[in-house]
Design a protein around this ligand. Structure first.
Ligand code: SAM
Length: 271
């Protein structure tokens, strides 16, 4: 299903698969095209657990958002937010407290177009189209809705593995950290290089062969993901397999231990 096609910007080449829409397909969303589904299916044949990994990542999003609300945060910045699907950040936090404000950022026009459509009547949400490296533009835009003197919950879920080392991800993260007020939180999930998931390299090879060079995933080890929290105090239980971050029930886990650890997850607090 491609849903109503009114949300597809005319400049989009829907014959080239795109990470946001392939991920939407794995989550059973309806904002993907034949090319996205073909690639999604091809990867599922190599690594059937990837669909579960996407679901576990969304479950972590829910727990992380609630944790931040419980810690007093009422404003959120979600970078690489993707195509809205069930259980979006604003739904989770505004259910906990309707005064919560959320800024969504993605560089992918379809994700932005659909987010704008979904949120057009929600005055507590804003959508920006930007690359995560446009830190100043993002904070300028976010500042129209958020009080940047107050703590912010910054989400970067399944995003940083699209950032090659040549972009200096540590440097980019330091720029975010420097702009955040003390008491802010950073939540990260990231494809693990060392989870023991079988055929991950093969799946990535197929993924890369079908997409533009700008979307090549770079899995990283536990220590490399932990290093992204430089300058933050990592909250318990640390950087762990996504399913092991304070699971609340069986639905937050997979039967396959490798899939439970395929995305690493962690939350850090800026002192
Ligand atoms: C796998 S999706 C994750 C969506 C959502 N964060 C989640 O975890 O459910 C990755 C998203 O990151 C976006 N993305 C990738 N590289 C980006 C960049 N350099 N700047 C902004 N967004 C980016 C993609 O367009 C895509 O929507």
């Amino acid at each position: 299903m491609t849903g109503e096609l009114g949300w597809v910007p005319p400049e989009i080449d829907t014959t080239v698969p795109n990470p946001a829409r392939v991920y939407d397909f794995w989550l059973d969303g309806d904002h993907n095209f034949a090319a996205d589904r073909a690639l999604g299916e091809q990867i599922l044949k190599i690594m059937p657990g990837v669909r579960d990994a996407a679901r576990l990542n969304r479950a972590f999003l829910r727990r992380a958002a609630r944790f931040m609300v419980d810690s007093g945060v009422r404003q959120f910045l979600d970078i690489g937010s993707g195509i809205p699907t069930v259980g979006n950040l604003h739904e989770i936090v505004q259910q906990a407290d309707p005064s919560c404000r959320v800024v969504y950022v993605d560089r992918e026009p379809v994700a932005v177009a659909h987010s704008e459509l979904l949120l057009q009547d929600n005055e507590s949400c804003l959508v920006l189209q930007a690359d995560l490296r446009d830190v100043d533009d993002i904070f300028d835009g976010a500042g129209k809705l958020l009080d940047l003197e107050q703590p912010v919950g910054l989400f970067m879920l399944l995003l940083l593995h699209f950032v090659p080392d040549s972009w200096d991800p540590m440097g980019v993260l330091a720029r975010y950290r420097d702009r955040l007020a003390p008491g802010s939180f950073l939540a990260v999930t990231h494809v693990a290089a060392d989870s023991g998931t079988e055929r991950l390299d093969e799946a990535i090879e197929v993924y890369m062969s079908r997409q533009g060079r700008q979307n090549q995933p770079v899995p990283r080890t536990h220590d490399e993901v932990l290093a992204f929290f430089d300058g933050f105090e990592v909250v318990e239980p640390g950087v762990v397999g996504c399913a092991m971050w304070r699971p609340e029930g069986a639905g937050d886990m997979s039967d396959d231990p490798a899939i439970n650890s395929l995305p690493y997850a962690g939350i850090g607090r800026k002192p």
